[in-house]
Design a protein around this ligand. Structure first.
Ligand SMILES: Cc1ncc(COP(=O)(O)O)c(C=O)c1O
Length: 446
């Protein structure tokens, strides 16, 4: 390496202004210790964002890791193109038992491609049924479904994806049930209006619409928006009424984030296609699934020459190490009664958020399970820059790391999204650090 390269960062980091990288980032993570990440200087950071919302058990040695190592010793990889594999078959069976109403599991390697597979599945379902006119998608405002082309199209966020518009397909967007900033003062009226507008859209465009795509239970990246009770169930009913497939994205919300293992069951909203990822392997391996029921699956059966088969697959589809991780992970959920712990910790977060609500710059708090968004604003405007000329999101990241916790807000929204099995003491530390940072932002934004 030449001396010119000594400070060079060769890694191009995601969602990162690389011009600012070297100014402050000298933290190279080399190890894990419980819910802490350890950098090469030996400094420890509590993983306050569950390593991008996916970590369940913390970091280091545990049963899931052991299952992965065992699998790695026996079979490192084998394809699902033309061959079956033990772990992928066992996991599919397990998932079909958990995700009631779903019969088949299609494997991908990450959430975005699980959504691509779901969209292709919906399009080809109608194509195979002889209804090729049903080729459009409707999704929700503020939705986010990943960074591949189809996923960006249905989860379009202008700030992120404006430059990629030429690649994207046109998608109609139904209103998202966000009370904050709306003209309503109660959720019932808001939901009623959202459903009315959505139904109008379905009535007008349903004949051409293949599927409605939405996050299940809550929208996270688009602003931590928790659906009011009953909203998702009614959307599912509307989909059925207008013969539109419902694709639910449980990539970030499934497996416990909102207090339920399978969120659509808690919401009483049976989908036609559902995607899981992130916590599926405890956050240890890139694996995601797109599940569906036999009515969809059967439309792909036929004479080979009729070309009804599903033309989707990746080299690492159904990777045996990922499947072994997911199997051990699910077993551990059951063994450790994780949902009970999550629900107790959710109550604790709720009680702590009362302190946040008193702040003059907290404009709204949205909370469910182990997810909370704390919206910071002054005089009705989102706080973007602080008096010290630092951007609020940078400030929160830097300050939290300095205090030994890794936090990452969504712009002006502070986020509580810890590893799912976090213990009370560590959770208390995350809430304490968030509160201390809030106090600093109060002063720096006044
Ligand atoms: C709801 C939702 N869907 C899809 C994705 C994309 O998943 P991945 O980052 O694994 O591609 C994410 C990622 O944050 C997400 O939150």
């Amino acid at each position: 390496m030449s001396s010119r390269d000594a400070d060079k960062e060769f890694v191009w980091h995601p969602y990162t202004q690389m011009k600012d990288w070297n100014k402050w980032n000298n933290r190279v993570i080399v190890g894990g210790d419980g819910f802490y990440l350890v950098d090469k200087e030996g400094r420890k950071y509590l993983d306050g964002i569950a390593s991008m919302w996916c970590n369940v058990w913390g970091h280091g040695q545990n049963e899931v890791v052991e299952a992965m190592v065992e699998q790695m010793k026996n079979l490192q990889h084998s394809t699902l193109f033309g061959l079956a594999s033990g772990p992928s078959a066992s996991l599919a069976e397990k998932l079909a038992r958990l995700a009631k109403g779903m019969d088949r599991v299609f494997y991908t390697d990450n959430g975005s491609t699980a959504i691509e597979a779901a969209m292709k599945m919906a399009l080809q379902y109608w194509h195979n049924k002889g209804k090729s006119q049903k080729k459009e998608f409707i999704s929700l405002e503020h939705g986010y479904h990943g960074d591949t082309v189809g996923a960006m199209s249905v989860g379009y966020i202008e700030k992120f994806f404006g430059a990629y518009k030429p690649l994207l397909v046109n998608v109609r967007r139904a209103p998202s049930p966000l009370l904050y900033g709306s003209k309503f003062d109660n959720e019932n009226d808001l939901v009623e209006q959202c459903l009315e507008k959505t139904e109008k859209m379905f009535r007008k465009h349903g004949g051409r619409c293949a599927a409605m795509v939405m996050e299940s239970g809550a929208q996270i990246a688009g602003g931590t928006i928790i659906y009011p009770a009953g909203y998702q169930r009614k959307i599912a009913e509307l989909c059925r009424k207008y013969d539109i497939l419902l694709i639910l994205d449980e990539i970030a919300t499934g497996f416990g984030r909102l207090g339920s293992m399978i969120e659509y069951l808690a919401q009483k909203s049976q989908p036609d296609i559902v995607c899981f990822g992130k916590a599926l392997t405890g956050g240890y391996f890139p694996l995601a699934v797109t599940m569906t029921h036999d009515r969809i699956f059967n439309a792909f059966l036929g004479e080979y020459s009729k070309n009804k088969q599903f033309y989707h697959g990746h080299t690492f589809t159904g990777h045996p190490v990922g499947c072994a991780a997911a199997l051990a992970n699910i077993e551990l959920y059951e063994k450790r009664n994780l949902m009970q712990q999550i629900n107790a910790n959710a109550k604790y977060i709720g009680s702590r958020l009362r302190e946040f609500a008193k702040s003059p710059i907290v404009a709204d708090i949205r909370h469910k399970g182990l997810l909370a968004g704390i919206e910071l604003a002054r005089n009705g405007k989102p706080i973007v820059m602080l008096k010290n000329k630092e951007r609020i999101n940078y400030f929160i990241v830097h300050e939290s790391l300095r205090m030994g916790v890794h936090l990452r807000p969504l712009g002006n929204i502070m986020m509580v999204i810890p590893p799912l099995a976090i213990g009370r003491e560590d959770l208390e530390k995350i809430m304490d650090v968030q509160l201390e940072i809030l106090r600093k932002v109060e002063k720096l934004s006044g």
